[in-house]
Design a protein around this ligand. Structure first.
Ligand code: NAP
Length: 224
């Protein structure tokens, strides 16, 4: 994740304060992503919208669909994983910037949606419980897709869900020299009314200068 000193989430709200473009900041972030060497990244539905071909535009596909798992590209070495419980995002491509797409859905999605994903060459995992079973989905990504290291890449609510579920083992954050300060906007972790303070203890791993005045912080996460 990347944030200004005040931890705000929405990059467009604070990038200007750095004197650099969003693209320049993202380039620093992407360089660190490469260095960490994850073979998968995961985002929530709202962040996924920024990459999707459409929202709430159903596929017209027919036929039955495999459940609970469909692996469209067994040779993929890098994965872009999107949590989309109700199947609201439409994908007409099978990758995001070269990373093979895997959609995590709830059990209620219809066969037309899954058949549409299959026609687009997208893989998916359908949860068997209510909502999206994050723990089981991570297990399946490891065992069936061969994912070894997954970077959780927001947004705030998805980060909160994973932290609450005890599924985050490290926080990696690039802090840029900026103050966003926009009232009533989310921080990089959001945990609703209950917050997240009870869910994790952080142990310092490292702090390194990362370019354009930023600092890359890493903390190990343990359950209290
Ligand atoms: N600063 C950064 O580094 C950074 C990184 C990434 C994203 N962002 C920004 O973050 C913003 C979006 O963040 P956000 O917090 O609003 O949304 P988000 O986390 O991207 O997506 C939230 C949605 O994901 C789905 N979801 C997540 N966890 C789930 C679970 N356990 N079970 C079922 N569904 C789950 C839900 O979709 P449904 O509502 O469909 O159920 C939920 O509403 C964007 O503006 C993006 O640009 C910033």
């Amino acid at each position: 994740m990347m944030s200004p000193l005040d931890g705000r989430l929405i990059v467009n709200d604070w990038a200007e304060a750095t004197g650099h473009s969003v693209d320049e900041l993202v380039k620093i972030y992407d360089g660190l992503h490469e260095k960490i060497g994850a073979d998968a990244w995961l985002s929530g539905r709202a962040t996924g919208e920024e990459f999707a071909d459409a929202v709430d535009r159903p596929y017209q596909a027919t036929g039955t669909a495999a459940r609970p798992i469909s692996i469209a590209n067994p040779d993929a070495g890098e994965f872009a994983v999107i949590v989309d419980k109700d199947g609201r995002l439409r994908w007409d491509k099978s990758d995001i910037e070269g990373a093979h797409l895997v959609v995590l859905t709830g059990s209620d999605v219809d066969d037309a949606y899954l058949a549409g994903l299959t026609q687009a060459g997208v893989s998916y995992i359908v949860s068997e419980k209510d909502g999206v079973d994050l723990k089981n989905s991570l297990d399946v990504l490891g065992t069936e897709f061969g994912v070894k290291r997954l970077m959780l890449e927001g947004g705030a609510r998805t980060n909160g869900h994973f932290l609450n579920a005890g599924l985050v083992d490290e926080v990696s954050l690039v802090i840029f020299p900026a103050i966003g300060g926009k009232s009533n906007t989310p921080a990089i972790f959001e945990g609703g009314e209950d917050g997240l303070a009870g869910g994790a203890r952080l142990t310092f791993i490292s702090a390194e200068a990362a370019g354009l005045g930023s600092v890359h912080l890493r903390y190990r996460v343990e359950r209290p």
